[in-house]
Design a protein around this ligand. Structure first.
Ligand SMILES: Cc1cc2nc3c(=O)[nH]c(=O)nc-3n(C[C@H](O)[C@H](O)[C@H](O)COP(=O)(O)OP(=O)(O)OC[C@H]3O[C@@H](n4cnc5c(N)ncnc54)[C@H](O)[C@@H]3O)c2cc1C
Length: 495
């Protein structure tokens, strides 16, 4: 006798990196998976722009923990290197300060410590100790806070969970990242450099707990990487992998809402273009604040954690630039003179700061075909408050002017006369294109001690079949954490 077993069905709303990885993982578990994406391309914030002979990564530029991408290929029985290649950066970032200091950060904690010794004339051991501590912290915290659902009984009862419960100060949550850095580093420029790690998830170093120092561990102990074909190749290759695994993609398809049964405790599928589509499982990769605000479900958001500040947004100028600028690297930072004032503007005044820290990413340094011959592709970003005001054109114009002035004074480059192509993104365009609430890049910020405990969970226990992945839910924003959220969701669904 033949028994027919119906394939379980899953729908993923949104083809951001978290949604793509969830789709691959569910296909690997035997689900029939559909991905609905409102735009005409996959990637969400991790997108690219090709125009006038230039290619730009529109969103992420720093790539860490490539093994989290590789795992997806291995899961499908494929050799990752056949599809996705990358290189470790020997030089992680070039930092410039207004007083004329230049620091080239080499790969590896020891070389980094010696580079700081040479430039700042300081003892290298506090930096080595800091990075060792950041590594230990990560190794203790990741199994509890990153690689499983949280907060759960299981997480609290795990070995790491019990260790942390016995001695919470091990996580260094009781002082701000800035205060910790000030206690460790004698030189204010080093304090500023390590404060900047709070911005990797859109937070304020003067408020966020020192626990965030573990972000520095990823970049300096584990390494920073560059995909050979640019950041967007991560999306391209995972999408192709998903297609090979049988996932079906539906672009230009804006999902209107998640359907539930009459009792409200079980999802039934989704509604799109006025039609209902049944699925066993629904995974949302939308920014979770948008999910509730857009009425994707007639159910309240979790109470705990409401009122957390949003992470920062950004203003980004994508400039095709004539000439080669050898004094710049792949990643470059031009620091603000008064960092505290910059964050007061971003989080308290909700305004752009007149002397912002400027980040310049030039992928054509590693991938020359990203720019016309004799040119470079500059991705120039400043942090912006996550707000949606009606008209921000004057703020964009002021930011552009402030950036060009800073580049001229700190790098001696008259960039305005060299720009041959320009595209601009701002909090409003980021919100419109990716659905991120008020343009926040990482959902809620980690500005408070309870942030890790109050991120939206990957599952609502009261609604069976509904799951959440991506940078606005547990464990957090950034490519590695989005990939971690996809893994958690797939395991929860499996259970
Ligand atoms: C400028 C910038 C710089 C960044 N820099 C870095 C970096 O250097 N390193 C790093 O690791 N991370 C960085 N990040 C963060 C990283 O990009 C994000 O954390 C990550 O890409 C978010 O992925 P996600 O899975 O949450 O989905 P998202 O990228 O938020 O995508 C969500 C998708 O859902 C779609 N969608 C929304 N509503 C609907 C609907 N109703 N129906 C169907 N589809 C819908 C959207 O169109 C979008 O494609 C940066 C982000 C930005 C914007």
């Amino acid at each position: 006798m033949i028994t027919l077993v119906r394939m379980k069905t899953a729908v993923v709303i949104g083809a951001g990196i978290g949604g793509l990885a969830t789709a691959v993982r569910l296909a690997a578990k035997g689900f029939r998976v559909d991905v609905f994406e409102k735009e005409s391309y996959p990637g969400g914030k991790l997108a690219e722009l090709r125009s006038d002979g230039f290619r730009f990564d529109l969103g992420p530029s720093l790539f860490t923990q490539p093994e989290r991408v590789e795992e997806l290929f291995s899961l499908m029985g494929e050799n990752p290197a056949d599809h996705f290649t990358y290189q470790q950066l020997s030089s992680v970032c070039r930092y410039f300060w207004p007083d004329g200091t230049l620091l080239d950060v080499p790969s590896g904690p020891n070389d980094f410590a010696y580079a700081c010794r040479d430039v700042f004339k300081v003892d290298p051991s506090p930096l080595s100790g800091y990075l060792t501590n950041a590594r230990d912290l990560y190794n203790l915290a990741a199994p509890v806070f990153i690689d499983q659902p949280f907060p759960t009984r299981k997480a609290f009862l795990s070995q790491g969970g019990r260790e942390i419960a016995k001695n919470p100060s091990i996580l260094d949550p009781f002082v701000s990242l800035h205060r910790r850095n000030k206690r460790v580093f004698k030189d204010s420029r080093m304090v500023q450099l390590f404060d900047r790690y709070a911005t990797y998830n859109g937070s304020n170093p003067y408020k966020a707990p020192a626990t965030l120092k573990m972000i520095a561990h990823l970049e300096h102990n584990l390494g920073a990487f560059f995909p050979d074909n640019g950041m967007y190749s991560i999306v391209r290759e995972i999408t192709d992998l998903a297609i090979r695994a049988g996932v079906r993609f539906h672009y230009d398809s804006m999902v209107q809402r998640v359907n539930r049964n009459i009792e409200g405790n079980q999802v039934l599928g989704i509604r799109m273009d006025g039609k209902d589509y049944p699925y066993d499982v629904v995974v949302s990769d939308l920014d979770v604040n948008t999910f509730y605000h857009a009425g994707m479900i007639d159910y309240h958001p979790p109470g705990f954690g409401r009122g957390q500040a949003l992470s920062t947004s950004a203003m980004i100028f994508y400039w095709g630039v004539a000439g080669n600028h050898d004094h710049l690297d792949l990643h470059n930072i031009l620091f603000a003179e008064n960092y505290e004032e910059e964050f007061r503007h971003l989080f308290k005044l909700k305004k752009m700061y007149s002397d912002p820290t400027v980040y310049i990413y030039i992928s054509s340094k590693k991938a020359p075909s990203d720019a016309l011959p004799g040119h470079e592709n500059w991705f120039v970003m400043v942090n912006a408050p996550s707000v949606t005001r009606k008209d921000i054109s004057s703020e964009i114009a002021s930011a552009r002017e402030a950036i060009l002035k800073k580049i001229k004074s700190m790098l001696g480059v008259d960039l305005a006369s060299k720009i041959v192509f320009e595209h601009v993104e701002n909090p409003q365009t980021i919100e419109a294109r990716t659905g991120s609430w008020q343009g926040a890049l990482y959902g809620n910020s980690s500005n408070s001690r309870i942030s890790a405990f109050s991120r939206h969970p990957n599952q609502r226990s009261k609604i069976k079949g509904l799951y959440f992945t991506g940078g606005s839910v547990h464990p957090g924003g950034g490519i590695p954490l989005c990939l971690a959220s996809a893994k958690i969701v797939a395991e929860l669904i499996d259970q």
